[in-house]
Ligand binder design. Sequence first.
Ligand code: NAP
Length: 313
Amino acid sequence: MKEENVVIIGSGPAGYTAAIYAARANLKPVMFTGFFSGPAGGQLMTTTEVENYPGFPEGVMGPELVDSFRKQALRFGTEMIADDCVEIDLTTHPYTVIGKKEKRKAKAIIVATGAYAKRLDIPGTRDGELWQKGVTACAVCDGAMPIFRNRELYVIGGGDSAVEEATFLTKFGSKVYIVHRRDELRASKIMRERALSNPKIEILWDSVIEKVEGNGKVETVLIKNVKSGKEELREAGGVFFAVGHKPNTDFLAGKVELYENGYIKTQPGTTRTSAEFVFACGDAMDYIYRQAITAAGTGWGGGRHRLYGCAGC
Ligand code: NAP
């Protein structure tokens, strides 16, 4: 089996940044880009226009941005393997990275497998229906789009993300409703107060969205009160899922330390995991910022992980 200096698992902004730095440091990195489990490139592949990534004053489409990352990583000599990593074997060093088709030995592993925003299976919100046509799972990414301006917007969830996204959306929508299945927010006290005191936010307690409808874009939502059973059809310009994220880290259970929510534990201020020579970056280890630009930033790793030294700078 071929032995590599660095194997990077994942091909979002963190993975590609790690590849660019490692390749420029002449480490000849190899990247498992993902393939069978979904498109390589991570969450940006399902995002439309990215307006908040520095360097693109006119905005850039998510897949186009990923394509630029990819070209940059290839330019410095990254080897790409279109395969999903299903397991890593850390019992002997060099370690083994096991994909569905390929296997490589690796002196160092960089995990950049990202996370995905959870969605609910509500009729009208699925792929091929109104998903990405007014239904999204990232208000910060999509909320400023013209289709949401001065419209009534609906955020599903009751956690910090729901409140944060609703607050962000008040800049664009005429009114923002948080649709929460219970009568109490899960969000922290400060976030709860923020939601309750914002005149543009109204919380629909004990409520769920039963159906989303529209002709090529979101036009109505059917809201059901789970206590009274009462249903109400309302006009809507957008529906935003804020029901949590899940990191793609199942394959790491028992190999490196994870938080209870599945995110990878790293030593503070570094990308080092609990296993020597295994590093983690991007959304797989970051459950706070979760932006393309912050993922890219951790892909560099802060220069503390002894992989690159100054050569990567
Ligand atoms: P979260 O805290 O897990 O909240 C998810 C919300 O979605 C919950 O209110 C949950 O309802 C709801 N939900 C889950 N499944 C549902 C379903 N099937 N139907 C309807 N509702 C459903 O996730 P999060 O808000 O993304 O936060 C994740 C972590 O990031 C937290 O630790 C949070 O503190 C942190 N965070 C912090 C900030 C900040 O401080 N600025 C911002 C964002 C996130 P229930 O409450 O009924 O379970």
